[in-house]
Design a protein around this ligand. Structure first.
Ligand code: CP
Length: 309
C-alpha cells in the first residue's frame, strides 16, 4: 500500500486509508524498537535534513532518532546558528542545502504555511514538524497511535481537547485526524481561546465547562497555554486560568470514572496540569513521546517510498 501524497504537510490532506497505513506501519516499527538491535536499513543512502526555525525538544530529537533507526544520513539545521541571521531567505537557505543532494526535509517554522510554500518550490519530500498555528501532523498521528494503544480503537472514542485551542497546531491536527477516524471530539477552554466558528468548520462540540467535559470524555488531551503566540490579553492571569481550566488530582478523583490524560509537551506545570496529574498512572505523556519515534519512522519510510517511484 502507498500514501496518497508525496509530502506530509497536514492531516487535512490525508485520507482515512493514509492514516491507517501510517499507524499500522508505526506499530511494526514499534516492535523493531523493542528489539536489542533497533536499527533497520530502510533509508540507507537517503539524506534527511532537519530544518528547525523554531525551538523544539521532543519533535526534533524524535525525528533525528527515527532517521538514525532507519539508517538515513541526517543533517541538523538550527536557524539561530545559521545565515538566516544574516538575512538569507527561506528559499535560498533551502536551495543551498538541497544543492548538497538532500532527499527529504523535516521542517518546523513559526509561519503557518511555510512547508506548503517550500513544497511548491523544491523537489525533496517535506514533512511538516509544526507550522505556526496551522498543523503538527506527526503529533496528531502519535497522539492517535497512543489513544489506540491505550484504549483499543479510535472509532467512537470520546476525546476532549482542553486549553488554548486558538493557537494550537496540535489541536488542529488532532481534530482533523480524530474526526476522520470516527472519534467524537469536544474542545474545552475559555471562550477567548476557542475560535468562534470551530464547531461548524471542524465538526466538534464546544464546551466552556471543564467538569462536564471531563465527566463526558474517555481521553483528555490537555494543551499548553501558548503565551509566545498571544499578542493580547486573552485571560486575566495564569492563576485564574488554573482555577477554571487547570486539571487537579482532586478534580480527577471526584469524577465517576478514570480517564486517560495526554499532553503534547512542553507542560506548564501548575497551569494546565498539576504535577500529581502529569506524573500519575492515568497520564500517558511519556508513552506519547516514546510512540513519536515509531510514528516518525513510519512517516519517513512511507514518504521515501513515494519519491523513488
Ligand atoms: N510536542 C512538541 O512539538 O514538542 P516540542 O516543541 O518540544 O517539539
Amino acid at each position: 500500500m502507498r500514501l496518497s501524497t508525496r509530502h506530509l504537510l497536514g492531516i487535512k490532506d490525508l485520507t482515512k486509508e493514509d492514516i491507517t497505513l501510517i499507524l499500522e506501519t508505526a506499530r511494526q516499527f514499534k516492535e523493531v524498537l523493542q528489539r536489542p538491535v533497533k536499527k533497520v536499513p530502510s533509508l540507507r543512502d537517503v539524506v534527511v535534513v532537519n530544518l528547525f526555525f523554531e525551538n523544539s525538544t521532543r519533535t526534533r530529537i524524535s525525528f533525528e532518532l527515527a532517521e538514525k533507526r532507519l539508517s538515513a544520513d541526517t543533517v541538523n539545521f538550527t536557524a539561530s546558528a545559521s545565515s538566516v541571521k544574516k538575512g538569507e531567505t527561506l528559499l535560498d537557505t533551502v536551495n543551498n542545502i538541497l544543492s548538497m543532494k538532500v532527499d527529504m526535509v523535516v521542517m518546523r517554522h513559526s509561519a503557518s504555511g511555510a512547508p506548503h510554500f517550500l513544497a511548491q518550490h523544491i523537489p525533496a519530500a517535506i514533512i511538516n514538524a509544526g507550522d505556526g498555528i496551522n498543523e503538527h501532523p506527526t503529533q496528531g498521528l502519535l497522539d492517535a497511535f497512543s489513544i489506540e494503544e491505550k484504549t483499543g480503537s479510535l472509532q467512537g472514542r470520546k476525546v476532549a481537547i482542553i486549553g488554548d485551542i486558538m493557537h494550537s497546531r496540535v489541536a488542529q491536527s488532532n481534530i482533523y485526524l480524530l474526526k476522520k477516524m470516527g472519534a467524537e471530539v469536544v474542545v474545552c477552554g475559555p471562550p477567548t481561546l476557542i475560535p468562534k466558528h470551530i464547531a461548524g468548520a471542524l465538526g466538534v462540540t464546544v464546551s466552556y465547562n471543564l467538569r462536564e467535559t471531563l465527566e463526558w470524555c474517555d481521553v483528555a488531551n490537555v494543551l499548553r497555554i501558548q503565551l509566545e503566540r498571544q499578542n493580547q490579553v486573552l485571560f486575566s492571569s495564569l492563576r485564574e486560568y488554573n482555577l477554571a481550566y487547570g486539571i487537579s488530582r482532586r478534580m480527577l478523583d471526584s469524577l465517576h470514572k478514570e480517564i486517560v490524560i495526554m499532553h503534547p509537551g512542553p507542560i506548564n506545570r501548575g497551569v494546565e496540569l498539576d504535577s500529581d496529574v502529569a506524573d500519575s498512572k492515568q497520564s500517558i505523556i511519556l508513552q506519547q513521546v516514546e510512540n513519536g519515534v515509531a510514528v516518525r519512522m513510519a512517516a519517513l519510510y512511507l514518504l521515501s517510498g513515494q519519491q523513488s517511484s
